[in-house]
Ligand binder design. Sequence first.
Ligand SMILES: NC(=O)c1ccc[n+]([C@@H]2O[C@H](COP(=O)([O-])OP(=O)(O)OC[C@H]3O[C@@H](n4cnc5c(N)ncnc54)[C@H](OP(=O)(O)O)[C@@H]3O)[C@@H](O)[C@H]2O)c1
Length: 446
Amino acid sequence: MVWNYYDGKILFVTGGTGFVGTTVIYRLLSKATPKHIYVLCRGGYERAKVKWSDMLPAAEAKTLIQSNCMTILDGELGDTATMDLSDEDLQILKRKVHVIIHAASSIALKNSLRELDYTVIAPTTCLVQYALKFANLEKFVVLSTAYANAHLWTTSKSTDVAVEERIYSLGSKDENPIETAPDVWKQLQKEGTTDEYESHDFPWPYAYAKQLAERLALNKAALKDASDKILIIRPSVIGPADQFPYHGFTTSYSTPSTACAAAYALHPGRKINLATRCENPEKEATIDEVPVDVVADRLLVHVALGSSGCVHAVSGTKGRLRLEDWWAAFKKERRWPWNVKPVWISEDWHSSNLHHVAKNLKIIGTSFAFSEEKTDLIAEKLDDRNLKIYADRSQPYHNSLVHRRHHIHNLAREMAKKSRLPACSAGILLRKGKPPVHLDKKVAVK
Ligand SMILES: NC(=O)c1ccc[n+]([C@@H]2O[C@H](COP(=O)([O-])OP(=O)(O)OC[C@H]3O[C@@H](n4cnc5c(N)ncnc54)[C@H](OP(=O)(O)O)[C@@H]3O)[C@@H](O)[C@H]2O)c1
């Protein structure tokens, strides 16, 4: 039922060589028979080939690189919809495409709103506006983040903050956040910030940039009476795949908790300062890490079944981790002769007294209960048991960082270099781990 939807469809994917984009395209090519997939990649086919060959084992890379139903378009997103593509390519997209999956984005959490306007907000808005003119467009998927509403942490009474699959207003009660979005964007472009951003406590400018991009996309669609064409997928913290392209598939840079483990593992002290307002943070604080293949299947299933609006791609209350569990897994990766413990301080998440990783990944010490209502509803209708729309938490988490040992080690080496620690420190302080087979015995894909 789900895969039949894609038969004969033509798709356009931005960010198709990134972590999510690669997983989505791999899944589509393995399970469905789309007529064609156009992929936007800076550097075109040659770069896509290098990226996929580095990320994937030879057989999986071949599925993408040698597909005869895929064209890689050499282009870049910016503040216009043309993406540096030729008129001819743009006309093809305009005439043919049914589904757009917009997964390209900066994930630089702390960049300024001005920078994020250029790398997140404007590309999304321009592309949506342009795509709404496409003759055959059925769905435009915007990849956002579940933390687009993380500002709720500081205002919610509960320390387990419920977040629904909807747009939250940042203004007065009767203000429509979709209608106000264009004026807010104008203010951002003029002043580099907005009143609503300044009056709410977002963990990073990135979270707000995604929130505003969601609203602008929905605004453009509403003006064309096409709101049902916009699907906003909001992943939480993306982690390695449970199943496809292969168990443990990950990249070093797009899995935040891998980076977190690498940085904590290099920490020489016995204490790491973290902020929280939970009374018993080890038990109450949670991390919602979602396998990348769950993000891909949720996205593809919701498109196929015609969902629109905001959909969380998360592990949710059923599958999120207690910080305690994550910490137990992390401890196995560290090789200092002494343990390191979190020290909870009641300062806010911007405090300069936090460990530098906590200053970046400010959600450590929080807990969000992201609703999965829309997925639970469609799950009842699905007859294909092989769809991967929920994270598998049947195994205890304590061994799960073992699969990313190689990536944790590599990241720690880079971090050590940047902090001017001796190059060997990562080797001494972390378990080395076997590289995934394809990185061990690299087989060239022609
Ligand atoms: N990773 C997470 O934990 C996470 C969590 C929540 C939400 N998300 C969202 O999920 C989406 C996908 O993230 P990801 O983890 O797959 O990120 P990723 O691995 O960094 O991939 C992003 C892709 O976007 C491309 N890209 C970035 N800026 C571009 C531009 N201006 N023009 C053309 N291509 C551009 C990159 O191409 P290059 O190779 O050329 O740089 C890369 O292929 C993003 O919207 C992200 O915000 C991610």
